[in-house]
Design a protein around this ligand. Structure first.
Ligand SMILES: CC(C)(COP(=O)(O)OP(=O)(O)OC[C@H]1O[C@@H](n2cnc3c(N)ncnc32)[C@H](O)[C@@H]1OP(=O)(O)O)[C@@H](O)C(=O)NCCC(=O)NCCS
Length: 179
């Protein structure tokens, strides 16, 4: 499905030579090294990630990553879905629908791939428009400490698989690496 984007901007999977440009977008958007390093580490070590870019010509102007997240309910009862993030758009390209298009395209692909859920840790004013609701309402909380309730959200893609599911959601260990 096509989403409203500025002229000439397309959403596509990251190409092998996009790594540096993706790092630049993350550094500019977050004004920090953490997200750029996190994406590099996940790209290197983690099977099953989806890395999408927004591209205008040869320039990468936005990026989103989806990586595995495990909801641990009890002994041997893990359910694996995906986590959205980081999501970034170059500061001078923000507010033009690029972040929204990256989210929507990614969620569509997650659903098509059969993932039961996508979680996100982020702005509670932004993500509900894509179908995210507060995770705690579903009995699912984030393994990270000190996460405000409203900032951890879930988009349920396969309701049948999520029936009765509750527990703690764990991101990949790379998210805990700070240096
Ligand atoms: C958040 C971000 C990815 C949004 O991308 P974008 O291309 O600017 O977003 P869109 O143009 O699709 O959507 C714009 C809408 O998002 C809202 N928005 C942007 N940043 C927001 C924020 N931090 N909190 C709440 N809403 C936000 C805008 O107010 C606007 O709302 P409107 O459509 O009701 O007017 C981008 O602003 C960014 O890279 N920010 C810095 C990095 C960051 O915070 N990433 C997200 C971490 S959760």
């Amino acid at each position: 499905m096509a989403f409203k984007l500025p002229p000439g901007v397309i959403i596509a999977e990251e190409r092998p030579w996009d790594g540096e440009s993706v790092g630049r977008v993350n550094r500019a958007a977050f004004e920090s090294e953490y997200e750029a390093l996190l994406v590099d580490r996940l790209r290197e070590r983690c099977p099953g990630i989806l890395s999408l870019v927004a591209r205008k010509g040869d320039q990468v102007v936005g990026h989103v990553l989806f990586s595995p997240v495990r909801i641990r309910q009890g002994e041997g009862q893990d359910l694996i879905g995906r986590g959205l993030g980081p999501l970034s758009v170059l500061p001078d390209r923000q507010g033009q629908g690029i972040g929204s298009a990256l989210c929507r395209e990614g969620l569509q692909r997650m659903k098509a791939a059969g993932h039961p859920f996508v979680v996100v840790l982020g702005h509670s004013g932004y993500y509900p428009r894509f179908g995210f609701t507060q995770s705690s309402q579903h009995g699912i909380r984030c393994a990270f400490e000190n996460v405000p309730d409203e900032a951890f959200m879930i988009c349920i893609l396969k309701p049948a698989s999520m029936k009765g599911v509750s527990g703690v959601a764990y991101y990949r260990p790379e998210f805990d690496e700070t240096a």
